[in-house]
Design a protein around this ligand. Structure first.
Ligand SMILES: [Zn+2]
Length: 336
């Protein structure tokens, strides 16, 4: 089947990493920002298309893009185009995540409310019957605990328009430090996903175990290095924790040596619940269809296997069953 026509679910997509180069170049002119005006220079300086030295180096590349998220109209347009691009590649259910702190940083005239409302306006441009859109609020693990609490409270106050929290970026505190915030968010009906087990380190699988045992995370962002630890793989399967796998992203951040050597096939065959995602499609110059093509060409994924991943993703999506059912063509099982 033509990949575009496969109904898809995407659960791990950073809104700030979604953009059309032409739009960013145009916004550069209107907003008076130093965005390259030539396509090649833009690709070279603003996008990551070759593996970087480290995850930290990749995160640094977000700084350029962050500068464009500086005005409400720009935020609304970037969001609208991200939803439109998702819909146009056959995505029926999508959860975008963004970091209020990341966007606000250095933009004194913005605040969390203005940012969130501009994003909601961007989403509202696209018909809800065509694509169900959910928002995950990111709490950066690099924040002080006080700032992390502040951001968590903002997400909780806006629980009608957020579906979950995500603890992202590199660890600076033990995960159990976030437990009170997670408990409060859960009491208010929010779910949890956690970036863990992305970089290949000696304790990568342990980070996933901690996220499950200490925070009871319902999903894990990446988590691919559990492949090295049978005990953690069993735990993930037993608790039915879904991994949000992003093959090209893992290659570009050197989490795996190549997409062909990605452990996704072994994880799938072992029965790990997994979902297929693009992470930062604009930044990487890819889209979700590109990831499906890689899995078909390099890992032999069949259309039936894609359907199985997508049905699992529909189940694991934090968007309400009611809204998901309106957008998804098959029956959606409830998460036990
Ligand atoms: Zn991510």
């Amino acid at each position: 089947m033509n990949i575009k026509l496969i109904p898809k679910v995407e659960l791990h997509c950073h809104l700030e990493g979604c953009f059309r180069p032409a739009t960013v170049m145009e916004l550069g002119k209107t907003l008076g920002l130093p965005v390259p005006t030539e396509r090649d220079a833009f690709r070279e300086q603003w996008m990551i298309t070759r593996p970087l030295q480290s995850l930290q180096a990749a995160l640094q590349c977000f700084v350029n893009i962050q500068s464009v998220w500086c005005a409400e109209e720009a935020i609304e347009r970037l969001t609208f185009e991200a939803v439109e691009d998702a819909r146009d590649q056959g995505i029926r259910i999508i959860e975008f995540r963004y970091s209020p702190d990341f966007i606000k940083n250095g933009h004194a005239h913005l605040n969390f409310e203005k940012i969130h409302n501009a994003i909601l306006r961007g989403i509202a441009h696209v018909d809800e019957s065509e694509i169900a859109v959910g928002l995950i609020g990111i709490v950066q693990k690099t924040l002080s605990l006080k700032d992390a609490e502040y951001t968590t409270d903002f997400i909780i106050e806006n629980r009608e328009t957020f579906v979950a929290l995500d603890f992202a970026d590199q660890d600076t505190h033990a995960l159990n430090a976030y437990r009170p915030m997670v408990d409060k968010a859960r009491k208010n009906g929010l779910n949890l996903t956690t970036h863990a087990g992305e970089e290949k380190t000696v304790d990568a699988a342990q980070h996933v175990r901690d996220a499950i045992e200490e925070l009871a995370t319902e999903r894990v962002g990446h988590g691919i290095h559990i492949i090295d630890d049978a005990g953690v793989m069993d735990l993930v399967i037993e608790r039915n924790v879904a991994l949000e796998v992003c093959p090209t992203s893992n290659w570009l951040t050197n989490a795996v040596p190549s997409t062909a050597q990605h452990p996704i096939r072994r994880l799938y065959d072992a029965g790990v619940p997994l979902t297929i995602n693009s992470d930062d499609p604009g930044l990487f110059g890819i889209d979700l269809c590109h990831e499906y093509q890689i899995l078909r060409d390099e890992h032999g994924f069949t259309d039936a296997e894609f359907d199985r991943c997508n049905d699992a993703a529909a189940t694991h999506s934090f968007i309400s069953l009611d809204r998901k059912r309106k957008a998804w063509p098959r029956e959606i099982k409830e998460l036990k």
